[in-house]
Design a protein. Structure first.
Length: 288
């Protein structure tokens, strides 16, 4: 179990360190899978708590690296991160009484919305450095992102990264660095809302946390070797994949849709996402 957890944490940490999205989703999915295969008896609350601890470790290590590189936007951390912590704590407590089907439906909807938002071209307007910061919009969106992350038990990078890139017009590296700090803050609220010793699996958290820290540092260094356009392209692919995965889970587990229909729906959504991504990046692909 230690070896499996270490490998999962390392791979997910590298992904998180590179693009600040997908790490917690990968960990959650893999923990569910290995729990079923190896009969580890990890329930969803244990998996959610484990993922939150893992994400906290990786985001802290990644945040330190990007902070030293001066790629963290402090204003966004304050006005986006603090409200997200508060809403994630409240929603994490509320989610304990929610039906799993409701949570999966909320997750699927916001994942799909985030994928469409980050893939479609932005307006091209840049955030005014003179002070026209959208305070109300930032706080409102952070409350929504924190609430979703708190309910599902993830850092919600797939939600706030499109906001950082499209609304705040940050560079990809600034978005990743700022996202590391915000993701860590959001996880604090989630952990406080779900923290109970019966849900803490130290035998899983320790190897995940150690390898996740190593992976996040490796991923952070890789961002310096990869172009902005390539990072943006990878981020779009990962967020689109997360959206497809959540839709499949929602259709199968919550709506009990038959397998043939799920396969057709998955194929259609995947083709649409691939077409949108290629269309969006077609003018820049030679420079990737």
């Amino acid at each position: 179990m230690w070896i499996l957890a270490f490998l999962i944490g390392l791979f997910s940490g590298i992904i998180s360190g590179m693009v600040s999205v997908g790490g917690s989703i990968i960990v959650t999915s893999m923990l569910i899978l290995i729990s079923a295969i190896f009969q580890l008896k990890l329930d969803m609350k244990q998996i959610v708590t484990t993922t939150a601890f893992y994400t906290l470790f990786t985001t802290i290590s990644g945040a330190v690296y990007f902070w030293l590189q001066k790629l963290v936007v402090n204003k966004i951390v304050v006005y986006f991160g603090i409200p997200a912590v508060m809403s994630s704590l409240i929603s994490s407590l509320m989610a304990n009484s929610f039906n799993d089907n409701v949570l999966q439906g909320i997750f699927a909807f916001f994942a799909l919305l985030a994928a469409i938002t980050i893939i479609l071209p932005s307006s091209g307007k840049k955030l005014d450095a003179e002070g026209r910061f959208p305070y109300f919009t930032a706080i409102s969106l952070s409350i929504i992102v924190g609430a979703v992350g708190g309910m599902i038990g993830v850092a919600a990078g797939f939600l706030y990264m499109p906001i950082f890139l499209r609304l705040f017009r940050l560079t990809v590296r600034q978005a990743v660095g700022t996202g590391m700090v915000v993701g860590g803050m959001l996880c604090v609220g989630t952990i406080l809302g779900k923290l109970s010793w019966e849900y803490v699996r130290v035998d899983v958290i320790v190897p995940l946390g150690i390898s996740g820290i190593i992976g996040a540092l490796i991923g952070g260094k890789l961002t310096a070797l990869i172009s902005e356009k390539t990072l943006n392209f990878l981020m779009c692919l990962i967020i689109a994949a997360i959206a497809v995965q959540t839709i499949i889970v929602f259709l199968v587990n919550s709506l009990m849709v038959s397998l043939p229909i799920v396969m057709v729906a998955t194929l259609v959504v995947s083709v649409v996402f691939v077409w949108l991504i290629l269309t969006s990046f077609s003018r820049n692909l030679p420079h990737l």
